[in-house]
Design a protein around this ligand. Structure first.
Ligand SMILES: Cc1cc2nc3c(=O)[nH]c(=O)nc-3n(C[C@H](O)[C@H](O)[C@H](O)COP(=O)(O)O)c2cc1C
Length: 169
C-alpha cells in the first residue's frame, strides 16, 4: 500500500477476531514507531507490548474506552521518558508521532488498530503505570490496540476548505 492510500483509507478499528498477530507484523509495527521524528532527535520513547490476556483484561477494566482490548492481538503502550529531557518537553508530540506511524503500519499490513488515549488523563496514567510497573520517569502517553479486524470500515473524507487559512487568519 502506498503512503497516501494508507493515510486516506485508515480508520479506527475496534472489533477484532481475537486471533493473535504474527511476530513479524508486530516487529514491523514497532519499527514504524521507531521511525517517527522526535524533537531534538532525543528519541525518548519506550514501548510496552502487552499480550498477556490477564493484563489486557485489567487495562480494559480501568479504561472506559478500551473495551475492545480483550479481543485484540495486543496492546502497545507508548511511553515517554522524562529523564531524556526537561519535564515533559515534547514527549507527547514524540509519542504521538510514533503512534500515528504504528496505526498506518498496522493498516498497511491489513490489520486493524485504534489509538486509545492515556496522557493527560491522570487516572489512566496512574492505573497504567501501576499495572505495568512503570518507573517514575516513564509516562504512558498512548495505547495502540492492534488486532485481526473483524470487518473493514469505509474511508471518510474529512477535508474542509473552511478550516484552511492562508497567510493570516
Ligand atoms: C489522542 C486520541 C485518543 C483516542 N482515544 C480513544 C480511545 O480511548 N478509545 C477509542 O476507541 N478511540 C480513541 N481514539 C480514536 C478516535 O476516536 C478516532 O480516531 C476518531 O473517532 C476518528 O475516527 P478514525 O480514526 O476512524 O478516522 C483516540 C484518538 C486520539 C487521537
Amino acid at each position: 500500500m502506498n503512503v497516501l492510500d494508507a493515510i486516506f483509507t485508515r480508520r479506527s478499528i475496534r472489533k477484532f477476531t481475537g486471533e493473535p498477530i504474527k511476530d513479524e507484523d508486530l516487529k514491523l509495527i514497532l519499527k514504524a514507531g521507531f521511525q517517527a521524528p522526535s524533537a531534538h532527535n532525543y528519541e525518548p520513547r519506550e514501548y510496552i507490548v502487552v499480550r498477556d490476556r490477564e493484563v489486557l483484561d485489567k487495562i480494559a477494566d480501568f479504561h472506559q474506552y478500551a473495551k475492545m482490548l480483550p479481543n485484540a492481538g495486543c496492546g502497545i503502550v507508548v511511553c515517554g521518558d522524562t529523564s531524556k529531557q526537561e519535564d515533559m518537553g515534547f514527549l507527547v508530540e514524540d509519542c504521538s508521532a510514533s503512534i500515528q506511524n504504528m496505526l498506518l503500519a498496522a493498516h498497511g499490513l491489513g490489520l486493524g488498530a485504534v489509538w486509545c488515549g492515556l496522557y493527560s488523563r491522570q487516572h489512566l496514567v496512574d492505573a497504567m503505570s501501576e499495572t505495568l510497573n512503570l518507573p517514575g520517569n516513564i509516562i504512558p502517553i498512548g495505547l495502540v490496540v492492534v488486532g485481526v479486524k473483524e470487518h473493514d470500515k469505509d474511508p471518510k473524507d474529512r477535508y474542509n476548505e473552511e478550516k484552511i487559512h492562508y497567510d493570516k487568519w
